[in-house]
Design a protein around this ligand. Structure first.
Ligand SMILES: Nc1ncnc2c1ncn2[C@@H]1O[C@H](COP(=O)(O)OP(=O)(O)OP(=O)(O)O)[C@@H](O)[C@H]1O
Ligand SMILES: N[C@@H](CCO)C(=O)O
Length: 299
């Protein structure tokens, strides 16, 4: 009988500019959980990047695991969950989506639900409210997704991304909920058509690996960045400085406040070293693209 599970979930960047609520990319920064059966629920956080004050009942991972078990009409046994995270909270690096994906996986494993990867991706996207971060955390690589009017999620996954990324993580939080409040509720028709055309070009460029052109369209979002720019510290300055140093393009990571630059692999290390002294208040690092998505090992 299995009594211990190790779960690893990659974080992610969403949107890449105009791919709003649709495009996700899994990053090599991980949420890891050691799950063991015991008589009562207990969470132990072994990282600065996890909530400090919480009760079991309001812990996102617990809530999602419970909701998943209820959805499939099974009893969820109590567990001890030891968590570590490389994903700072509320920074636009998909921490909440990784926690949701982890919660679903706990129920899947402990209750032996045998959910398919599609089931887990659909449920995580539904709980998160949009599929960009969730799909990337489940599948790894680049994900492009949309939900049909009947509620069915369609997703295309490309794990062969031949480019490099650098993140600029500021020492401030921005809750996704707050960053969504500044968005308009409607877009003018011509504006929406233009915004959609830019998103199409971003997607096509990524899929044919024309990263120079992808970088151009990363910087031509009309859906959210014009309205969020004021919430992102040094947004314009980082974009310009990154471009001058050879980045193909720079966009808000998810809802921010992190920003992410796209570069060729041979330039990434020199780029990061050049940026660090220019933005000393940021944690600036190269991040590789995770190509595996969620991983589970048992003991
Ligand atoms: N690993 C985690 N464990 C428990 N709760 C979490 C975890 N990650 C996120 N949360 C909850 O989600 C909230 C932050 O979610 P939010 O969506 O604002 O940030 P994010 O996921 O970092 O950003 P984004 O979705 O833009 O990438 C936190 O305040 C916390 O309540
Ligand atoms: N697509 C989402 C990602 C953050 O959860 C947004 O930009 O609001």
């Amino acid at each position: 009988m299995i009594t211990k599970w190790s779960i690893s979930v990659p974080g992610s960047t969403a949107n890449l500019g105009p791919g709003f609520d649709s495009i996700g990319l899994a990053l090599g920064l991980y949420l890891t959980l050691e799950v063991t059966l015991q008589d009562n629920w207990e969470f132990e956080h072994r990282s600065d990047h996890l909530p400090v004050k919480f009760t079991v009942e309001d812990h996102l991972v617990y809530k999602v695991a419970t909701e998943t078990a209820e959805r499939y009409s099974v009893q969820l046994p109590a567990c001890k969950v030891v968590m570590e995270s490389e994903l700072p909270l509320a920074r636009g690096l998909g921490s909440s989506a990784s926690a949701i994906v982890a919660g679903i996986e706990i129920a899947n494993q402990v209750c032996n639900l045998q959910l398919s990867i599609e089931d887990r991706c659909r449920l995580a996207s539904k709980i998160e409210g949009h599929p960009d971060n969730a799909a990337a955390s489940v599948y790894g690589g680049l994900t492009i997704a949309s939900t049909l009017p009947n509620g069915h999620l369609e997703m295309i996954n490309d794990r062969d991304v031949d480019a490099a990324f650098a993140v600029f993580i500021p020492n401030v939080e921005l809750k996704t909920e707050e960053a969504r409040k500044v968005l308009p509720s409607n877009y003018d028709k011509a504006y929406a058509v233009h915004a959609s055309a830019n998103a199409n070009m971003l997607t096509a460029s990524l899929l044919i690996k024309d990263y120079e052109r992808a970088g151009i369209f990363m910087e031509h979002d009309l859906f959210h960045e014009p309205f969020r720019a004021n919430l992102i510290p040094n947004y314009h300055e980082i974009r310009q400085t990154a471009k001058d140093a050879g980045a193909y393009g720079t966009a808000i990571s998810g809802a921010g406040p992190t920003v992410i630059s796209l570069l060729s692999k041979d330039r990434i290390d020199a780029f990061v070293e050049k940026m660090k002294p220019l933005f000393p208040n940021y944690d600036i690092k190269a991040v590789h693209v995770d190509t595996k998505g969620i991983q589970v090992t048992t003991a």
